[in-house]
Design a protein around this ligand. Structure first.
Ligand code: GLY
Length: 433
């Protein structure tokens, strides 16, 4: 079976490598892929753009590709699934209507409220002045969100009114799109963030292992937001009881609300949750795709063949997989980034030490890399060094031993990925009876 994966991040490299673990998969093509997918055996990059639906369709038809898997949100929001479905080609991902759970924050919030899904209070504005007045009325801290896709840059946690007003000005200046500008202003809540990636075929919804992402650039979750500086799975804060509640109070009602809107959603529902100090799960956001870097940590523990699950979603047979199999233990992905990221950074730095890192038992998933004469950096998040262990502590040690083998000028990583879960667990174990 031949598969085409759309995207060029660490998530797509992890999907490609996981597919290639199966003897059923003969070849994976990536559009456009990266330096990692260019050098992975069985994988080949295609120089097509992710919005070139016709180019991909031609390639799929000529080369008998059995399945297309869409990584990033942009082609989903542009309707790639609708396009391929019209041509009767197999594609994993939601239609443009379904992708609105990510491409419009106000649409998603309305769906949550209608379905009674726990989520922070919010208001939507189409005029800057009204939005600013609402901030003054509500006070800070407060969360300002651009309504549409913003490449992970559209959310500001404002700690002062000035900061909130400046974020509103940025959105209304058209920084994240100039049509139909809207801003969603949301109550600020605290707790621990958890990512639940759930597969659905439109009838059944099955969560994968819960994961925790580290969005801030700095250790101790300080500093600017990034696409994600590392992740681990499973997140111990999500106990089996809490997962049952998430299924009953969030995932099932979300699917029911999509069905009520006549949306045949077959793909990933990514629920970004806050688990409050009282242990209540609340939805901060939905995404219409696999998370990055959560996917790198989650898929490395998956034992059920990935292609079986994704095909089952496309063919509405996910009910056959009520028992997704997982390796025991934990997995950690540490992101190595370019110096200066998420601000300005340089590209083209030579990368060394990947073989040595993999010799330590880690998998190195490429994100912002390119194969020229040599392997060079080509983005903000460069590599996702991912390791498994019987325990989270072991996975963390193995991942950092591998990280320390890799060099490129200006490289930066957080040294505390996964540590919070270890500290929390030790605190629980040490707590007096
Ligand atoms: N890790 C955050 C995201 O994929 O949106």
């Amino acid at each position: 079976m031949k598969v085409l994966v759309v995207g060029n991040g660490g998530r797509e490299h992890a999907i490609a490598k996981k597919l290639l673990e199966s003897t059923r998969i003969k070849q994976v093509f990536c559009v456009p892929g990266n330096g990692g997918t260019a050098t992975t055996e069985g994988c080949q990059n295609l120089s097509l753009n992710i919005d070139d639906f016709q180019g991909m369709e031609r390639f799929v038809m000529v080369n008998n590709i059995s399945l297309v898997i869409v990584g990033p949100e942009l082609p989903l929001a542009l309707g790639i699934v609708d396009y391929f479905q019209q041509k009767r080609l197999m594609i994993f991902g939601p239609t443009q209507a379904g992708a609105q759970i990510e491409s419009s924050k106000s649409w998603a919030k309305e769906l949550m409220l209608e379905a009674g899904i726990p989520t922070p209070k919010a208001a939507v504005f189409t005029k800057a002045e009204a939005a600013k007045a609402y901030v003054v009325e509500q006070g800070v801290p407060i969360v300002i969100k651009a309504d549409g896709l913003a490449s992970g840059k559209g959310v500001t946690v404002a700690t002062t009114v000035k900061m909130a007003h400046s974020a509103i000005n940025t959105i209304f200046r058209g920084e994240f799109g100039t049509n139909n500008i809207r801003v969603l202003i949301e109550e600020y809540i605290t707790g621990q963030e958890v990512s639940i990636l759930a597969l659905t075929d439109g009838i059944t919804i099955e969560p994968l292992l819960p994961a925790q992402d580290h969005k801030a650039i700095g250790e101790g979750d300080k500093g600017a937001n990034t696409g994600g500086m590392g992740a681990y799975a499973p997140a111990p804060i999500v106990t089996p009881e809490l997962m049952d509640r998430i299924q009953a109070e969030i995932l099932e009602p979300t699917l029911a609300a999509l069905q009520k809107r006549k949306i045949d959603y077959r793909g990933v529902v990514y629920a970004g949750l806050m688990i409050t100090a009282e242990g209540e799960p609340k939805v901060l956001e939905f995404n219409c795709r696999f998370g990055d870097p959560e996917t790198q940590a989650v898929l490395s523990l998956l034992e059920t063949p990935l292609e079986d699950l994704l095909l089952a979603c496309c063919q509405q047979r996910l009910g056959e997989f009520s028992d997704i199999r997982w390796k025991p233990g934990a997995s950690v992905c540490v992101v190595l980034a370019s110096g200066g990221y998420p601000g300005n950074y340089q590209k083209g730095k030579i990368i060394a030490g990947i073989e040595e890192a993999e010799a330590k038992g880690a998998q190195v998933f490429h994100a912002g890399t390119q194969l020229k004469q040599q392997l060079v950096t080509d983005g903000g998040r460069v590599l996702g060094v991912t390791a498994e262990g019987e325990t989270l502590e072991q996975a963390i040690s193995k991942a950092y031993a591998a990280v320390d083998c890799i060099q490129f000028e200006g490289s930066y990583c957080r040294r505390d990925i996964g540590r919070r879960a270890v500290v929390d667990k030790n605190q629980i174990e040490l707590a007096p009876e």
